[in-house]
Design a protein around this ligand. Structure first.
Ligand SMILES: *Cc1c(COP(=O)(O)O)cnc(C)c1O
Length: 835
């Protein structure tokens, strides 16, 4: 094998892509370049009826995106035609969130049009980055759960599986984050203000959804008024291009619209949502995404959103099934439905309603069909995230569904009592309806009872789910439980976002890894190859330079690429422990203040992430981190050695830039709390080394790469659980001098000179309130791991060798592997190639 390891500073990776469109696109030899850019020029001139002198980058973006859509649209149709003709078993992925980010460069890449695109931009003298930046991130999700759904769609299309995503077309996606005086401020994200070139509205396929009541808001409370009402669901389709462009699947997003009989005045919610909700009219249901990650706010509007998603999607897929099949008994042979968390779990009673009332089946048969079709993925063990809906709401809005749920509950309790006649509380613990104040429907229990498969998203998470969180049900249905460790798509998260490293890899082992990540194992021997080590080191340096340049142009922030880039980017949550990272930084700061000659690697710490608008502690953590950044920045004693940067507006596009540039990935959740994590995987593929706790998928990553190539520290999940009754943060304060010095400096107000309430809040979280998330218990071992990390960084070759071993072991964390497991073990679907 000949190897030229040089990493190219190109924006798109170079590999053997055809110069012209491959014939499979069915639209002849259209050249997408400067000499024959007919598609582009036509869109540019005619779509907006502007003269060339009047168009700006936004119009250019739209014209390019529409040209790419023209190129893929025939293949998109052919995909659906093939599925209609072949009538394979299909899989429907139901999710409240799809955090897809930008589509243009990803679609160009997956269609393998990138060499042409590169030439096109050059020949037309267009500013590629400026044009790509015209596309807003489709922020239809909060974080990991929504991003997982997006990665899964990419893998299903790439693997030619007949799959489809169903979600909601939120007019306002995830809020935009601004930092004002250190505090988070939320701004609405009106991402659809300008026409979106990717979506295709299909009003002819609209469905009508029925509710048992009409709605209005009185005094901040959801109020149902007499009389049934209906709501219209209008589908908007987006193409999901598989790598190589062979299969183009569909993401169908529903928008709500009024029918004449729908009387809907609005709902109230948390501050941010209610500010928007007040203006809402009949089209309210899909107006805004709830910005709460891992928390259920229990809002009535959210309940209606969940039912709306389920009812529209089931009506649509049942109609499609009926076009090709006459026998309802075949449904489970033709349809698999994956429920992404409990958000779409009203699918259980809705499907039962269809089978009982529309198809006229008897209960036993309907129940059997329902269970065989449905599978449920759990995403969190946090009690505040487990959805429970008031029985009363079912009574008002969905009375037929309530009847069905009560019957499911009755039968489940009967089954439990028969099997465990001695255990009096078990039926109460495991039942679907939680009796007591208000009566609540436990959605996770409904999902487990009404499906044939329940999975967690990493080995440790699946184990805790089964053995602790829903133990009673897991004992009853032990054969339904399994693990499916999450993954991320290497197309977006390596090939597209890190062209330098992708080239290095391809030059070394060929390009099969793009769709077969197990190939990365071939890099293992190259961890000893000096030339390859140098090339990977160079690729990292290029990514850092690229990021630094971008940051300067975007935000005017200057960072030094010769420092360690040490990142923690994710939703701000107490369990994710950004505060622990803050404590580490204060400890390092203290060391430098005490002894300016101390041996310490210069470092830049990056934080990014949003806090739920109603989550006060998380917002306080953002404020503290910003204060830390300001104080350290203003202290000449540590200038050039420590730097803290909080990057506002974390989103997919930012992750694509920062992850390739990072040397260190912080995955430091309190053990037992992070279900899986997926940014940990993105960092690993991009050659960052992980400093982290034994939690979520990080455990499996360290297993794959060897623990000696990780910086693991801290309590295990078992130790965290065992200490629940006796853990005392004061012990660490009294007995660990460095911990004490860190807290003393913070509590002295050093970082919060005119903000004593922040000091009070931090004292409360970390000491007086008992330190629920064990920051102090883990700080000492975090600092020890940090010393090991710094020491390794002084030996650049050894560092890069470990980075290579991490990359080489990251194949398991491709979403292709995850989807293969779902397809084989849960869905029983096979590829349906488009000829
Ligand atoms: C991957 C990703 C996440 C998930 O990050 P975790 O660290 O696993 O919580 C959240 N948001 C965005 C934008 C992502 O790309």
């Amino acid at each position: 094998m000949t190897r030229g390891y040089a990493a190219f500073p190109t924006r798109f990776p170079l590999y053997n892509a055809p110069d012209d469109l491959p014939p499979q696109y069915g639209c002849g030899p259209i050249k997408f370049n400067g000499s024959n850019n007919a598609l582009y020029e036509r869109h540019l001139l005619f779509d907006n009826a502007l003269s060339p002198s009047e168009v700006g980058d936004r119009e250019r973006y739209e014209a390019i995106a529409r040209s790419v859509r023209d190129v893929l649209s025939q293949r998109w149709q052919q995909t659906e035609e093939t599925y209609s003709r072949e009538n394979p078993k299909r899989v429907y992925y139901l999710s409240m969130e799809f955090l897809i980010g930008r589509s243009l460069s990803n679609n160009i890449l997956n269609l393998r049009l990138d060499p042409m695109a590169r030439r096109f931009f050059a020949e037309n003298q267009l500013d590629e980055l400026a044009i790509l930046a015209q596309e807003p991130d489709a922020g239809l999700g909060n974080g990991g759960l929504g991003r997982l759904a997006a990665c899964f769609l990419d893998s299903m299309a790439t693997m030619q599986l007949p799959g489809m995503g169903y979600g909601l077309r939120f007019e306002y996606g995830m809020f935009k984050q601004q930092i004002v005086n250190g505090w988070q401020c939320e701004q609405p994200d009106n991402w659809l203000r300008r026409p979106d070139p990717w979506e295709v509205a299909r009003p002819q396929l609209a469905v009508t959804i029925e509710f048992g009541c009409s709605f209005e808001v009185r005094g901040g409370n959801l109020k149902a008024t007499a009389g049934a009402s209906t709501l219209l669901g209008i589908p908007y389709d987006r193409p999901i291009v598989g790598y190589g462009g062979k299969t183009i699947n569909t993401l169908r997003l529903w928008a709500s619209a009024a029918t004449n009989s729908f009387d809907f005045q609005g709902f109230s919610a948390g501050e941010f949502v209610s500010a928007l909700a007040e203006r809402l009219t009949a089209e309210t249901v899909t107006r805004v995404l709830y910005p709460d990650d891992s928390t259920s706010m229990g809002q009535g509007l959210r309940f209606v959103q969940e039912y709306f998603l389920v009812a529209c999607s089931l009506a649509d897929l049942v109609r499609r099934f009926r076009l090709n099949n006459s026998d309802w008994n075949c449904l489970p042979d033709k349809v698999a439905i994956q429920l992404n968390d409990t958000h779409p779990c009203l699918t259980v009673p809705e499907l039962m309603r269809i089978l009982l009332d529309d198809a006229g089946l008897d209960w036993e048969l309907a129940w059997d069909i329902t269970k065989r079709m449905l599978a449920y993925t759990n995403h969190t063990l946090l009690p505040e995230a487990l959805e429970k809906w008031p029985l009363r709401w079912f009574e008002l809005m969905l009375p037929r569904h309530l009847e069905i749920i009560l019957e499911i509950d009755r039968r489940l309790r009967e089954e439990i009592v028969t099997r465990w006649p001695e255990d009096n509380d078990r039926a109460e613990r495991a039942g679907i309806v939680e009796r007591g104040a208000g009566h609540l429907v436990r959605m996770a229990h409904l999902a487990i009872a009404g499906s044939h498969s329940t999975n967690g998203v990493a080995a440790i998470h699946s184990r805790l789910l089964r053995d602790v969180t829903v133990r009673d049900l897991a004992e009853l249905y032990s054969d339904r439980f399994s693990n499916k460790t999450n993954g991320v798509t290497p197309r977006r998260w390596l090939l597209m976002s890190n062209p330098g490293l992708a080239n290095c890899i391809t030059n070394a082992i060929g390009d099969r890894w793009i769709t077969n990540m197990a190939d990365l194992e071939l890099l293992k021997p190259l961890a000893e190859d000096g030339e390859f080590i140098a090339a990977v080191g160079m690729a990292k340096r290029q990514a850092k330079l690229r990021f630094a340049e971008w940051l300067k142009s975007q935000a005017g922030i200057q960072v030094d690429p010769d420092t360690i880039f040490d990142s923690q980017i994710k939703r701000i949550h107490e369990y994710k422990r950004q505060l622990l990272n803050g404590l580490r930084i204060v400890a390092l700061y203290n060391r430098l203040r005490e002894n300016p000659h101390v041996d310490m690697q210069p470092r830049t710490f990056f934080f990014a992430g949003k806090a739920a608008p109603a989550y006060q502690v998380a917002k306080l953590i953002i404020k503290f981190l910003n204060n830390l950044a300001d104080t350290i920045d203003g202290d000449p004693a540590v200038h050039g050695r420590l730097r803290v940067v909080f990057l506002p507006e974390y989103c997919v596009s930012m992750a694509e830039r920062l992850i390739p540039a990072s040397d260190v990935s912080n995955q430091i959740s309190t053990a037992g709390y992070e279900a899986s994590g997926t940014s940990n995987m993105k960092f690993m593929m991009n050659g960052a080394l992980t400093i982290g706790t034994r939690d979520g998928a990080t455990i499996e990553m360290a297993e794959a790469a060897g623990e000696e190539n990780f910086f693991l520290f801290g309590l295990t999940a078992e130790q965290v659980a065992a200490g629940r009754d006796w853990y005392n943060p004061w012990w660490h304060y009294e007995n660990e001098p460095e911990t004490r010095a860190v807290l003393d400096l913070i509590l002295s107000g050093h970082f919060t000179r005119h903000e004593p309430m922040i000091v009070d809040a931090l004292r409360n979280i970390l000491l007086i309130g008992g330190d629920t998330y064990r920051h102090l218990a883990d700080l000492g071992s975090y600092m020890a791991a940090d010393l090991r990390l710094q020491s390794l960084y002084t030996k650049q070759e050894a560092w890069t060798r470990r980075a290579i071993l991490n990359i080489a072991s990251s194949g398991k964390f491709s979403s292709d592997r995850t989807i293969a497991e779902y397809a084989n073990e849960i869905w029983h679907v096979s590829p349906c190639p488009v000829p």
